[in-house]
Design a protein around this ligand. Structure first.
Ligand SMILES: [Zn+2]
Length: 314
């Protein structure tokens, strides 16, 4: 937490400059911005779902670029400008993107802070997993202080995200309610249409164990009936150590675990060692929409399903 507050102060100067620039923007920009609802999402997956619901009535910007570690984003002054102009801020709401708090506060726009009409908490309605069982301190290193925030890889929870975005859009732009409701219904129907196919792909592996680098796929794994066996990180946010990797290798050998999925932002050298020692196969899976040829939420889930299938069918 100490690190977080230092970080905020370091950026205040740059942000004040950015806000001064916004204040001097011309009427043309203001008119263009008024044509659609400007949305800022924290990460590409929430941005993609917001675009599905908002359609051509919104413009959507993701602060985090694809394939960057979402836990450690350093916003730029231009990101603060985007937030200052936003009518809706879309985030996981699970103490994940705390870098967004600093920006929303810097704009002084209370509409974008918790409880405000422009604040969309995408975790409303989901069953949180990975809640810390002990008090988190700097020494523990666990960065999931409010539970595991990676529910956006679960296609059923994508419908919850879409619903939370819909509610936000109805608050800030009720004039287009009909369009938003239709888009939301279409997105849900599309998830429902594809879900049986995704389930069929992974059905042969129900109950099978899989190892990932970080706890990113906890909700995805549970949704498809797989078993989250362990992680290359000893704790969320703590890089792998030799001792932890050795213990993991021994446990995998003992239990016959042979499936490893590595998210595309992480190095593969530890997975190489595990592979050599256990005979397990590792597959690199997309961390973001935009990674490994994925272009939208559906192609992300397609690729995740095929990655897990490939690792588990070894
Ligand atoms: Zn995480």
């Amino acid at each position: 937490m100490q690190k977080q507050s230092l970080f905020k102060w370091k950026n205040v100067g740059r942000w004040v400059t950015a806000l001064a620039l916004i204040a001097s923007m011309g009427a043309l920009d203001a008119a263009r911005a008024a044509a659609v609802v400007p949305i800022v999402a924290t990460i590409p997956e929430l941005a993609a779902i917001a675009k599905e619901v908002g359609g051509n009535k919104v413009s959507v910007y993701s602060v985090a670029r694809p394939n960057r570690d979402y836990h450690t984003i350093e916003p730029r002054p231009s990101d603060v400008s985007r937030v200052a102009q936003a009518k809706l801020v879309v985030r996981t709401g699970m103490q994940f993107e705390m870098w967004m708090d600093s920006m929303a506060n810097a704009t002084g726009n209370v509409n974008l802070t918790p409880g405000g009409p422009g604040y969309v908490n995408c975790s409303l309605g989901i069953k949180r997993e990975g809640m810390p069982t002990t008090q988190i301190t700097g020494a523990s290193g666990d960065i999931h202080i409010d539970g595991n925030p990676h529910f956006y890889y679960d296609p059923i929870y994508a419908k919850f995200i879409a619903r939370n975005v819909l509610k936000g859009l109805l608050r800030v732009d009720p004039a287009n309610a009909e369009t938003y409701r239709a888009n939301y219904t279409h997105f849900n129907a599309e998830i429902d249409r594809r879900m049986p196919g995704w389930q069929k792909e992974l059905a042969p592996y129900i109950g099978k164990s899989v190892v990932t680098y970080h706890e990113n796929f906890a909700y995805f794994i549970r949704r498809f009936g797989l078993r989250e066996y362990g992680h290359l990180e000893p704790k969320p946010g703590i890089p792998p150590s030799a001792a932890h990797i050795n213990a993991l290798i021994q446990n995998m050998k003992r239990d016959g675990v042979r499936a490893v999925v590595i998210e595309s932002i992480y190095p593969t050298r530890f997975a190489d060692v595990i592979s050599q020692q256990t005979g397990a196969k590792y597959v690199v899976a997309p961390y973001s929409i935009g990674a490994l040829g994925t272009t939208d939420y559906f192609s992300l889930i397609d690729k995740l399903v095929s990655s897990f299938k490939q690792a588990l069918s070894h």
